[in-house]
Design a protein. Structure first.
Length: 266
């Protein structure tokens, strides 16, 4: 090889052996994937269908049975919220346990090794789905309110109690987060659902029957505080109690769940 060839070879840039740091999957794309997981499963689809049917039935029942003077858009929204507040949190439970029940954790955590980021995407997508269902219910209530005005001579006022509507929406988000927290803590769909439905209710019953713990139990009665929130009746004394109850019933199981998912083999 001549000196000229050697110089030409040396001048050719060589590819760097150091690879660029991975950027990871964008969070919104990760949340969209988690949302698709919640909608693509048979259980998730039928759960949403059940919520829609129950909400529609409760609104229709209110239209038929309520007194004409009390039948308003806000009252229809409140009636429909009963089914949502009961069933929507189960979406959060299934969102948290799907990786382990469907045995997709290895694939998910290989594509996105940051497990906390995956968990936050689950919380975000499940909460967003809950808010979307609430908005659809509000629109459904408005449609049936028109029917009530035309067919049943209901109150034609379209005034909305923003405290009730905002309280219902916030309650839905908090309950979905509680479902995610219990799902992460137990990593088993049936156990998490039973624990989510039973434990807060048992605590509420104990607080009503045992007088010695009745006063301190007010700070841990999440069901009672969320009922107050959904009815738009929160006061200055209620918010600290709600925050304490959320720390116990969402914060503690969420912390346990994050610890478990960070250490469990996929």
């Amino acid at each position: 090889m001549t000196t000229r060839d050697t110089t030409r070879t040396a001048s050719i840039p060589r590819p760097s052996t150091a690879s660029a740091p991975p950027t990871g999957i964008p969070f919104m794309r990760l949340a969209a994937v988690e949302l698709r997981k919640q909608l693509d499963t048979r259980a998730g689809t039928w759960l949403l269908v059940a919520i829609a049917l129950i909400s529609g039935a409760l609104i229709a029942l209110s239209v038929v049975t309520s007194e004409r003077g009390t039948l308003t858009w806000t009252s229809l929204v409140s009636s429909a919220s009963v089914g949502q507040l009961t069933l929507l949190p189960l979406i959060g439970v299934m969102a948290a346990t799907s990786e382990w029940s469907a045995r997709t954790a290895l694939t998910t955590f290989t594509l996105e090794p940051r497990r906390l980021r995956v968990t936050m995407a689950k919380v975000f997508s499940a909460s967003g789905l809950g808010v979307l269902v609430s908005l659809v219910t509000i629109a459904m209530s408005a449609l049936l309110n028109v029917v009530a005005i035309l067919a049943f001579d209901a109150d034609d006022s379209w005034s909305v109690d923003l405290a009730v509507v905002a309280g219902v929406a916030l309650t839905v988000v908090l309950l979905v987060m509680q479902g995610v927290a219990f799902g992460l803590a137990f990593l088993s769909t049936p156990i998490a659902i039973v624990a989510y439905l039973a434990l807060p209710s048992v605590w509420s019953i104990l607080s009503l029957t045992i007088e010695a713990i009745r006063e301190p139990a007010e700070w841990l009665d999440l069901n009672s505080m969320l009922a107050t929130l959904s009815m738009g009746e929160m006061t200055a004394d209620s918010w600290p109690k709600l925050l304490v109850a959320l720390a116990v019933w969402i914060g503690i199981p969420m912390g346990i769940g994050l610890w478990r998912t960070a250490r469990r083999e996929p």
